[in-house]
Design a binder for this molecule. Structure first.
Ligand code: ASP
Length: 324
């Protein structure tokens, strides 16, 4: 066993011109979350508790697209989704269509621990949240000024945005040469996205958690990859994986489960499995993922401009990065 390890992400797809201040804010938040996870692991908290703790912190901070600061639906409302999986026993819980629960990841955890099911959505999930007595707030709590502006841009461009991608026309005055297009529009990517955390604890147990507001200007009722076990999130005896990017592409590629399957059935190493999945199962420019193995390794991969990410291992390695 190689000791504990932790990885966090704040979304894939980053504008190459992201202002320095915004980069620093993102790195500071990722570092804070890593440190939170590290102290929990040093206190011997199990992996499943650590991923929940870290994702709660990310949901509470409005910088990334989860909890407060979530991307908005076409109606200007927030519909959040989250999932969590404990590799130890392959237990999992997921929620979608969450409008009033302050920390959707903890509701996903309760679905796993306290319900007979794996996945609850919309009114049933909200009802369950009330029964469980989790902290609830008005939908307005999640809506930030930044996101109201972003939704306006998305509507002007008649585009469902990959969270925070701004049509270049709106930001640069002219439709510059963007290699990335959505709905036929050249787009730039301005701010961080979905959040996730994967952990292997000192006992070699892996866990994964992912939380998101989804896509900016999405249809109400849209469900992406983040709450789908095997697509956006997966954990088993060998690894934990959390994905981010265009949900429809991640769903088609069953990215998270494919990483585990390559390790389990083909005996690939963690980084090798991640690379294979990114190369073979993902359309160009669409997504990224972070992963840990039971051996205490960390790995990541993405095929877009950048991914907000951070890693730490028990032997003292720590890194926070955005670009390739
Ligand atoms: N994967 C998320 C979704 O499609 C978005 C993201 O990762 O930023 O809902």
């Amino acid at each position: 066993m190689g000791g504990w390890a932790i990885a966090v992400h704040g979304g894939a797809g980053v504008d190459p011109n992201l202002p320095l201040e915004r980069q620093q804010q993102a790195k500071a938040l990722l570092t804070r979350c890593l440190n939170l996870g590290i102290s929990a692991l040093r206190s011997s908290l199990p992996a499943i508790d650590v991923v929940e703790l870290v994702v709660r912190e990310l949901e509470t901070d409005p910088l990334f697209n989860s909890g407060r600061g979530s991307a908005l639906t076409e109606k200007g409302t927030v519909e959040m989704e989250a999932s969590i999986m404990d590799g130890n026993g392959r237990r999992c819980g997921a929620v979608s269509g969450i409008t009033t629960v302050k920390n959707p990841i903890s509701l996903a955890r309760l679905v796993m621990d306290k319900s007979p099911h794996s996945y609850l959505a919309f009114s049933g999930a909200e009802e369950f949240a009330k029964q469980q007595g989790v902290e609830m707030v008005g939908n307005d709590y999640f809506v930030t000024e930044d996101n109201v502006g972003m939704l306006k841009l998305a509507k002007e461009a008649k585009a469902i945005l990959f969270d925070y991608r701004i049509p270049l026309e709106s930001t640069c005055g002219a439709a510059a040469e963007s290699p990335i297009q959505m709905n036929g529009l050249p787009i730039s990517i301005y701010a961080p996205e979905t959040v996730g955390c994967v952990v292997v604890d000192g006992e070699g147990s892996c866990a994964a958690a992912t939380s998101t507001g989804g896509l900016m200007n999405k249809m109400t009722g849209r469900i992406g990859d983040s709450p789908i076990i095997g697509a956006g999130t997966y954990a088993c005896e060998v690894c934990g994986v959390s994905c981010t990017g265009e949900g429809e592409a991640i769903l088609r590629g069953t990215l998270a489960r494919d990483v585990a399957a390559l390790m389990e059935y083909k005996g690939l190493g963690l980084q090798e499995a991640v690379d294979r999945v990114v190369q073979k199962r993902l359309d160009q420019g669409k997504a990224g993922l972070i992963a840990v193995s039971y051996k205490g390794e960390v790995a990541y991969g993405f095929n877009c401009v950048g991914m907000f990410r951070g890693f730490a291992t028990e032997d003292g390695f720590m890194e926070v990065g955005i670009w390739d």
